[in-house]
Design a binder for this molecule. Structure first.
Ligand code: FAE
Length: 547
């Protein structure tokens, strides 16, 4: 056996052993037992939960990016607003002293009304790592449709509670394909800068990054990208870098450096709970009802809209039904939440005048994941910050932008891991399934193939150059691609189609869409900065013309 062959098979063997240990770390002791004891976050009822029979000037459904922008600007314009959020407030520690569960030790706080975890990275060495948990209104929803699982944040702050904080403004030359009816000059001069400032977006200190142990995986990613001739780009994030430096120095409790992300960050990440939401509360004009779910919106006989709301408990059971009247309703329940509501309301006769574009134009932002097995001499580090800082940009040539992602197992895995955003052309439609009483999505599992092909334009080349191979143990038994999911649902009530060019729903005055449902399926990069900037643009127009 040649030297090289020894190294190559050695590398894989060490990797395999590493992953066995990693699986143990991820599984923890709880994997051996049944559902674990539950250090639940305390779920006090909202201090100012909306009363049955209330009449409000503006009701915002959902508290993610679109909803938070909308509530803040309406309140600043002098409008009283009520925000309705189906998830929890996430403001009170559980019995373990922490608000959020760790990534490697998921518990009931981690999943929305599931009795078993559904981890995006489901396997190690082919072994499934999911485990039983108690059913609870946890933070991450893995919502299953026939061909795809859509991950979404649940709670005050929506997706900002669970996301990786990557705050990326698309390249200007790509904007025309993302939102063709929107004035790009205005977005890049006014609304992207406004969104970035409000969200607290900054770039990592590159001098620190070059030597930080927790970004060794990213430096390996850079080396491999550059050796294959791909542009490696730093991307901004909303994490507090000074806090991360203190984590690395051991001076403060660890969050990103403890691998926290999917189930919430206890420290350091500037989610909406640290940016828009305190500003919303400071206006004194906004009340927020958590553990409240909007189930219906229909024209009220006296003008405005009758909104039906279920108040739920932490087991998901309805404890009270409320009916309120709102002069205006802003749908900000996320691409899936908003579209499901609108499709159901049109089909069941509550809002029959919505147009036929409702439900159409849904995409997965071309998400696909993969890992590569590195050589022994290319360790990616046992300490990995959960906040990505960089990506490989092959959008123009190959239709893929690959985030160099962490694999924060706490052990050396010799693996490089990537979440690619690709120019996947497929778009799905939501429809009402009357017999089942639910909204279906017609996404097909095979529609991910273009994404895989585009991601391969990067990783086949890197593997050939480095003499490395794909990991096959992360998503099943001998399965290379994480092609069963998306983190980035977009579309379903597309701007200038289901709505006018500013999010006013066609067919009804006083109804608006303000979230990711407006964006037709792809943003070429991670989406929340674009969702925020578009919401800022639209609400400016609504305040100027409708109020
Ligand atoms: P969203 O933030 O989903 O907020 C909708 C809210 O409405 C949620 O809080 C729901 O609980 C609530 N809701 C839904 N239905 C109802 C109802 N009927 N009644 C009351 N409330 C309701 O919407 N994006 C990036 O740009 N960078 C990243 O690094 C990144 N990483 C991600 C990692 C993960 C694991 C996930 C899941 C997502 C990630 N994203 C990332 C995507 C990003 O979080 C997402 O695009 C935005 O959160 C979508 O914002 P919206 O305002 O559309």
């Amino acid at each position: 056996m040649s030297d090289t062959a020894v190294h190559e098979s050695g590398s894989n063997e060490v990797s395999r052993r590493g992953f066995v240990r990693g699986a143990g770390a991820l599984l923890g002791a709880a994997a051996l037992a049944g559902p674990i004891a539950v250090p639940r976050a305390h779920a006090a009822p909202s201090a100012a939960a909306i009363p049955d029979g209330a009449h409000v000037p503006a009701l915002v459904v959902g508290t993610g990016y679109g909803g938070s922008v909308t509530a803040l600007r309406l309140a600043q314009a002098g409008v009283d607003v009520h925000m309705i959020e189906m998830g929890m407030a996430w403001d009170t520690p559980g019995s373990d002293g922490r608000i959020f569960a760790g990534t490697t030790s998921p518990d009931s706080r981690s999943y929305w009304l599931r009795t078993r975890t559904k981890q995006p990275l489901s396997n190690f060495l082919g072994f499934p790592i999911d485990k039983d948990i108690a059913r609870y209104t946890g933070i991450l929803d893995a919502e299953d449709f026939s061909g795809i699982t859509v991950y979404q944040g649940r709670g005050l702050g929506g997706g900002s509670l669970v996301n990786g904080g990557m705050a990326v403004t698309p390249r200007r030359e790509n904007f025309g394909a993302i939102l063709p009816s929107v004035n790009a000059a205005e977005m890049y001069a006014t609304y992207y800068p406004r969104a970035n400032a409000e969200l607290g977006v900054t770039e990592v200190d590159r001098t620190w990054w070059e030597n930080a142990a927790c970004y060794q995986y990213a430096r390996v990613g850079r080396k491999h990208a550059e050796r294959s001739g791909f542009p490696f780009v730093f991307v901004p994030n909303v994490y507090d870098w000074d806090y991360m430096k203190q984590e690395a120095a051991g001076a403060v409790p660890k969050s990103a450096l403890a691998g926290e992300v999917l189930y919430g960050n206890n420290y350091g990440k500037k989610s909406l709970q640290k940016t828009y939401i305190p500003r919303i509360k400071a206006t004194g004009r906004v009340t927020i009802s958590t553990l409240h779910k909007v189930t219906s919106v229909r024209p009220a006989p006296t003008g405005g809209y009758t909104v039906a709301i279920d108040q739920i408990d932490t087991g998901g059971a309805t404890v009270a039904g409320k009916t309120v009247v709102a002069d205006r309703v802003f749908f900000a329940a996320g691409s899936v939440g908003t579209t499901k509501l609108l499709v159901m309301l049109k089909a069941t006769g509550a809002l029959p005048n919505l147009n036929d574009e409702v439900g159409k134009g849904w995409g997965d932002n071309g998400n696909v994941m993969c890992g590569r097995a590195n050589h022994l001499w290319d360790p990616t580090g046992s300490l990995q910050s959960s906040m990505p800082t960089a990506g490989i940009d092959n959008w123009a040539a190959g239709g893929a932008f690959a985030e160099v992602a962490p694999l924060p197992t706490g052990i050396e895995t010799y693996a490089s891991f990537y979440l690619s955003i690709t120019k996947n052309p497929n778009r799905a439609q939501f429809t009402w399934n009357a017999s089942a009483g639910r909204v279906d999505l017609n996404w097909q599992a095979s529609w991910k193939q273009p994404s895989i092909d585009m991601a391969k334009t990067i990783f086949d080349k890197i593997n050939a150059k480095e003499g490395t191979i794909y990991r096959t143990d992360l998503f099943g038994v001998y399965k290379i691609w994480g092609d069963h999911l998306t983190y980035h649902p977009l579309g379903g009530a597309v701007l200038d189609k289901a709505t006018d060019n500013y999010g006013r729903l066609r067919g009804y005055s006083g109804l608006y869409v303000t979230d990711g449902a407006l964006i037709p399926g792809n943003t070429s990069v991670n989406p929340f900065v674009t969702i925020t900037a578009l919401a800022e643009r639209n609400i400016d127009n609504v305040i100027a013309n409708d109020l």
